[in-house]
Design a binder for this molecule. Structure first.
Ligand code: EPZ
Length: 427
């Protein structure tokens, strides 16, 4: 629904407990990866977000049986998969569809895929994905006219592959294809994000042999056949960080449950540097992080880096937080070339932000943002505007919230349970 928006009455301290959902960026890789099994996989802790729903529809278009069992698990039976051409609108509208390249090539040695457009945070090329597939022996043809990629291989043979760019998508995609190649594949200069490790663990549950995920080198010994399995998705690192930042931005006191604290170290460190208290705990069942803030944040500098550095997906939310700091913060985005579309919206709320260069924003803190009508341009820009609206004085209307629905499960109910005044409105 493009006509919906969030109305936020700002200035309310967030207080209480929130439970984090399954990781979007692990889910959108593991769901397509499940087709490698050619049997039934049962996935737990998938978030109810648009991207997961989209993948359900995409797999069903390919002839895969996808349904929800009791207890909210997604069951994927890919024995019935017969079509390796994924060319629908649903495919081309979601970047993570590119994982079908590795999954269908790995199992069927052929695939035709509608390419995802580059969303507004940059060109979003897939040259490293293609480099990896070719290294494994596939012929890959990119039809830029029709925005389709075609790949086929007599067989896939393990290879040594060095990625020119640290890429989450390419690392995962090539891991998928290599898991069923003949022989051993060695991947270097790989991404080490938590969701890369989660996909590797899932592949191993299906009988693959993937070693070293989360380190600089991943070794994969290909298998002729993988099998079905059950698997639980890890908690969402970026949703966790978003709630940590929202808690600090509203001078709140929030316990964030179902987290993996080590995934959050760079975020915890930067929030503590700005004056927040971040307490790690374990209630006997779940790990939690408690974020407490009682003062105006100190200005800090942010540089986004591949994991374990500060995540690019939280650059936009933390900028909203720093708009009300008591100094000047520099925010340097090193991963994407155009991830500052939220700046103009924050300026509508009174933020004082100037661009030092195309990748560095200078944020001069003001006492408080004021409510305004603002427009999300992508998923994490939307998260940034939510944080701004929660912290601002007065009422803020965040439009284009379909972007936010892609990646945050039950956002308004989670925020209201913490004392926020957020209402979903529609024209
Ligand atoms: C994944 O995108 C995430 N998406 C992004 O999260 C996240 O921002 C990004 O990783 C970085 O952490 C999913 O996991 C579905 P990359 P991805 O390949 O894989 C360049 C969100 O908000 N590059 O790691 O597309 C690329 O242009 C989304 O949840 C190449 O040059 O990111 C970028 O500058 C937004 N060639 C850099 O590498 C390639 O073949 C990192 O991109 C691939 C990437």
């Amino acid at each position: 629904m493009q006509k919906e928006w969030y109305e936020i009455k700002g200035g309310k301290r967030l207080e209480g407990t929130v439970t984090i959902s399954g990781a979007k960026n692990a889910s959108v890789a593991i769901i397509p990866a499940a087709v490698l099994a050619g049997e039934t996989c049962v996935l737990e802790n998938l978030p109810h977000i648009q991207d997961v729903q989209s993948f359900k529809e995409i797999l069903e278009e390919l002839g895969v049986t996808v349904d929800y069992t009791d207890g909210d698990c997604m069951r994927i039976d890919s024995r019935t998969l017969k079509n390796t051409k994924a060319l629908s609108e649903a495919v081309s509208s979601m970047r993570a569809s590119y994982y079908l390249l590795g999954a269908l090539l790995g199992r069927f040695h052929e695939v035709e895929l509608a390419l995802p457009g580059g969303c507004v945070i940059g060109a979003r090329p897939i040259d490293q994905h293609i480099k990896g597939m070719r290294a494994l022996g596939a012929e890959v043809e990119l039809d830029c006219e029709k925005n389709i990629v075609r790949a086929k291989a007599q067989k896939l043979v393990g290879a040594e592959i060095y990625f020119d760019v640290v890429s989450v998508g390419a690392t995962i995609n090539v891991m998928l294809a290599a898991s069923m190649a003949e022989g051993t594949t060695v991947l270097s200069n790989v991404a080490k994000e938590p969701h890369v490790v989660d996909v590797a663990n899932f592949l191993n549950m299906m009988g693959a042999t993937v070693k070293g995920a989360g380190t600089d080198v991943i070794r994969i010994t290909g298998k002729p056949k993988l099998h079905g399995c059950g698997y639980a998705i890890i908690p969402d690192q970026i949703e966790t960080g978003t709630f940590m930042i929202a808690a600090a931005a509203t001078m709140g006191d929030v316990i964030i449950k179902n987290v993996i604290p080590t995934h959050m170290e760079s975020v915890s460190a930067k929030l503590m540097e700005s004056g927040a208290r971040v307490i790690e705990g374990d209630d006997g069942r779940d790990f939690y992080l408690r974020v407490i803030m009682n003062e105006r944040p100190r200005a800090i500098n942010i540089k986004t880096l591949p994991y374990p550095g500060f995540p690019t997906d939280l650059q936009q939310p933390i900028m909203a937080y720093l708009c009300a700091s008591n100094g000047v913060s520099a925010i340097n985005e090193t991963i994407f070339e155009n991830r500052f579309n939220h700046v103009k919206e924050l300026r509508r709320m009174g933020a004082s932000i100037s661009m030092k260069d195309s990748n560095t924003a200078k944020v001069k803190g003001i006492p408080s943002l004021r409510g305004a009508d603002i427009y999300a341009s992508d998923l994490r820009a939307g998260a940034s505007l939510m944080v701004a609206g929660l912290a601002a004085s007065g009422t803020t209307n965040v439009h284009n919230i379909h972007f936010i629905d892609r990646g945050y499960e039950f956002l308004e109910s989670k925020l209201c349970a913490l004392g926020a005044e957020v209402k979903r409105r529609e024209k």
